[in-house]
Write a protein of this length. Sequence first.
Lengths: 331, 239
Amino acid sequence: MKLNPKIDELLNSFTDGELTTRQQTEVHRLAAHDPQVRQRLKFLQKCKLLLGSLPCAQAPSTMAEDVVAALERKTLLGRLPSPMEQKIGARHLFIRKVLSVAAIIVLVAVLSAVVYVIVTPRRTPQPPNTITARTTPPAVEPIESAPTVVAAGFTGRLELKTSSFIEVDASINRAVADNDLLNCISLSREPDRSEYVLACTPKGLDELLSDLEAIWHNLDSATLSVQTEEFGRPVVVDAVTAPQVLEIASQNTAEKSVEVAKDLAVLNNLAEVLPGKEVLAAASAKTSDFAVTSRIPKPVLTGWPKTIKTSPRRVETKGNVNLVITVLTGR
Amino acid sequence: MTERQTHFARFYGNFAAGFQSESRIKGVAQPFNINSDDTLLVEQCRLGRSAAMERLVLKYQDRIYNVILKICANPDDAAELCQEAFVKVLENIDKFEARSSFYTWLFRIAVNLTLNHCQRSARLQTRSLDASDDAHTENARQMLQDFLSDDSSPDPAAVAQNKELGRIALRALMKLDDVHRTVIVLRDIEGMNYAQIARVLGIELGTVKSRLSRARDNLKDMMENLCNEVESKNRRAAQ
């Protein structure tokens, strides 16, 4: 006859030591009154003793080696990342990624530097410059950095200020008409200002200036601005005379015109400063020769073989004279 | 066994061997004391330390193998399943969340692997562990009958030294179905308490109690059948 399953569970739990003290007391009470319970308890204890005394089998001695070998085999077959190297591998992978990114950045930087060196214009190294005074004027040696004249040819503005505005203006009109330059000139006139825009040959300018030379003693000031390629930086020759204007405008090239204008600007300024007006008188007497022979030495760059480069933009201005003559009242 | 294995076995095996031999003397399988360094070993395994992995294997290999062998009843299969269990544990060591002890987690994996294997394998037979000859079997059956019918309290040391008795008890155990055999092995051989068994098998505590009760009831029937075979044989011989 089988025991009640609940009682049997209770007896099993009693045998396994899983009961509370109260439950154990209950089992003792049951066993004291019921021989079947007593018998069942005895069997359970014997059964437990019998199974517990079974020999413990030992694993094969190569178990640990086999496990490690199996893990390595799986790793080699690529079926899984090695658990031994999962953490280390992740760290190595991260380091490799960082190094790869760093290498790419360095490579891009180097390539950028190379491209920059190739693309940007190369500046030839210049040794330190010294400034010396040259006793003889250089033979029309174009300086690389000198401003070049605009391609349109000689372009300048002659500004004449006079207190005898009407007389001077009439003289100019007459000279234009006498030299048959009416087709080469456009006139704009205001009450105290007349502007003659002249586009002619150097010869025409020569004839015009020859006629205008007589009015020069009526002028309060005469200023010639020679236009250069550099915007807003004309060469200004103060106290310019008619022969000087002709000399500047009749140069073969616009660049030479600028050079001569510079020389004469220095000369005129110097003549104004020096007492006695000897220089100015000499300049007035024979401007061309004086301008050539007594040109004030300019600082020049030395210390490195000057390579004379001909600017591809240099334009012959012979035959192209653009001169704006502005007559202003001196009031 | 390699030198390193020997080294670790000296540290971890001696304690286990000493404890188990003590249990043998008492004749009672008791819950094995889980070393507190399991957590440390697991952490080191997670860091990829192969030495820690070997230590874990060496620490638990005999107990895992013993349980698997008692369930599947085939030494070769047991060795293979044991190795597979350790490989699986070490592969998934990162997934161990420490909600239970490592010991429980390890046995859960091993027992599940073994039960799956038993369900798949048609080779699971009791023949593997009870292949002794008939003469020994008859003798053992007689010993079992005497053991069960004896009203006096048995001597645990004498029972432990009686190999014939153990063999027939094992034969009876192997006649149980897998589920009942597993719960008895975990309780009476491995020495787990009910809560640990519930966690390893993934069942409720009440289910453990009822399953254990039925398993022992069935085991009693198996033993009595074996004893009855001896009685009927003796009766036929007397006639």
